[in-house]
Design a protein around this ligand. Structure first.
Ligand code: NAD
Length: 259
């Protein structure tokens, strides 16, 4: 019996980087997994194939998390294919960097829509299903679990990225407010705040030695994070091992927030 046997998970932004590692780790822990993505069908299919090696079910579903209709259709299909949802890892996110005075409204809106409104839409869809069915004792001691992918930039200002930092600051209080409101229904909402993780989103920061060394001056633990560092935290937050953990942000950042 694995940690997440019998659980059904949806991971957004799961064909790349952190989401991909989380999806694979949930599958290895015994969960069935929906791989959400917006582009690169081949990458999504590769994640599905990897998860199927664990002996659990998986399929890919293309949907823009900032579209109410597409999120509704994604959850409707999950109800058909898997019957219900137990775990949402709301991970999809992007950056549109710019000097503040040159930032366009389109850059601002894109980041807020995907990073923050996308979290709202996916969480709302999951919570409606959690409330509909209530606690299922054979599956879990919670009625459902939501993990929001935040960032150390929910705490640390980030000039040149004010849209991104604003979206992550928003996720912090969205997560905490949902956690407070939904805990009496036995729905557990938590967040992970990654530090500097080796993924395509921040390629420039770790590819040259100079950029890597400069990044490491910010990380007491002295190494960049790997997507698997985040995946292990997600498996724990999704499991009953964290059953009394409610509304917390788990920093997985090599100590970055200690400076
Ligand atoms: P990534 O670019 O590798 O992955 C982002 C994923 O989000 C991709 O799968 C992409 O297809 C998906 N996505 C983008 N827009 C979408 C949309 N509209 N609908 C659905 N999916 C969409 O980057 P990553 O580093 O793996 O980032 C994953 C999450 O982790 C993001 O929320 C990011 O802010 C957060 N994060 C990353 C780091 C880091 O250092 N890599 C640090 C802190 C937080």
């Amino acid at each position: 019996h694995k940690l997440l046997t019998g659980q059904r998970a949806l991971v957004t932004g799961a064909n790349s980087g952190i989401g991909k590692a989380v999806a694979i780790a949930l599958g290895q822990a015994g969960a069935d997994v929906v791989i959400n993505y917006v582009d690169d069908d081949a990458a999504a299919t590769a994640v599905v194939e990897e998860i199927k090696k664990s002996g659990t079910r998986a399929y890919a579903h293309k949907a823009d998390v900032s579209s109410e209709d597409q999120v509704a259709a994604m959850f409707a299909r999950m109800m058909q294919e898997f019957g219900t949802v137990d775990i949402l890892v709301s991970n999809a996110g992007l950056q549109r960097d710019s000097a503040f005075h040159e930032m366009t409204l389109a850059q601002w809106n894109k980041v807020l829509n995907v990073n923050l409104t996308g979290q709202f839409l996916c969480a709302r869809a999951a919570v409606r299903e959690f409330l509909r069915r209530g606690v299922v004792p054979s599956v879990s001691s919670a009625a459902g679990k939501i993990i929001c992918m935040s960032s150390v930039h929910q705490e640390i200002p980030w000039g040149g990225h004010v849209n991104y930092a604003s979206s992550k600051g928003g996720i912090k209080l969205l997560m905490e407010s949902m956690a407070q409101e939904l805990a009496p229904k036995r729905i557990r909402v938590n967040a992970i705040a990654p530090g500097a993780i080796r993924t395509p989103i921040n390629t420039a920061a770790w590819q040259t030695k100079e950029a890597y060394d400069s990044l490491m001056t910010l990380v007491p633990y002295g190494r960049i994070g790997e997507p698997e560092d985040i995946a292990r935290a997600a498996v724990w937050l999704a499991s009953d091992h964290s059953d009394y953990v409610v509304g917390t942000t788990l920093f997985v950042d090599g100590g970055m927030t200690l400076y």
